[in-house]
Design a protein around this ligand. Sequence first.
Ligand code: DAH
Length: 342
Amino acid sequence: MSDLQERVKQIAEEAAARIDGADSLPSLNDLRVAVLGKKGTLTQILKGMKDVPPEERPRVGQWVNDARFAIEERMELAKKRLEAAALSAQLASEHIDVTLPSVRQEIGHRHPNTIALKEVERIFVGMGYEVLEGPEIEYDDYNFTKLNIPDGHPARDEQDTFYITKEILLRTQTSPVQARVMETGKLPIRMIAPGRVFRSDEVDATHSPSFHQIEGLVVDKGITFADLKGTLAVFARELFGEETKTRFRPHHFPFTEPSAEMDVSCFKCGGKGCRFCKGEGWIEILGCGMVHPHVLEMCGIDKDVYTGFAFGVGLERIALLKYEIDDMRLLYENDVRFLKQF
Ligand code: DAH
């Protein structure tokens, strides 16, 4: 055997041993470069071919090629082995224990006020009403003047107000939204406007300086008090149950004429009188009336063509009644032990 053949055999054997011992893909690659690369040991043999007698060259070429083929094949197998090992090492290190208990996520839910509001919205949207909003910081003009409560009117004193400037205040009622909607001139109107209102009241079981109202307004041709009664009777039955009766008592609001307060038959005792309705059999729910012609005029609506009705409901009052809560302060304290129950 010639020296050259011996040398090729030696390279091939050495390479095979190192391939079998390779413990990583990078080291296998280093080995490839060291043996088969441009300056690799096996490649060097081909480069030395010029010193081999021409008749010998095909044989030497054959040895080198055979060796190269054997090394490549062995490397390919080693590569597969190392890749599989790397993959299982990765899988083992990234293993997720699905049996570990997870961090408990507390999911909250709607506040009783919101539950009550969504219920009221559902009822009116079902009757074709839009849900609109107005600003909580309001002009005195909208909160009072345009609602037929001019400067110096005694009704201003009934709603102790937080003034910001002489003309700007925290709205005491959602009724200013009526004026804002009528002023847009888009008729007919069929809307409710829920929102926060403010009054300079002391906190007790039934009062808070900040609470919520839902305003309602309908303006169209030929609207009568019968529409008002029918609509609010449907509302009361949907909200408090099919058996609920309604009664309208004459009242006074500056922006409606005639005006009324609506009572519902006590849904606890059915009207016989109990602790819940304080023996009355009836529970006061809201204020309402036919939009005052002067208000229509001030808001740019022709009072000879259009009529309308309006109403205002206290949201907390509905929530307290519906869920039989006896202290309004509970609604604002945000004690989860209380809120959880709804
Ligand atoms: N804004 C009145 C209040 O806060 C409630 C009210 C009464 C609203 C009659 C109305 C209404 O729209 O027609 O006491």
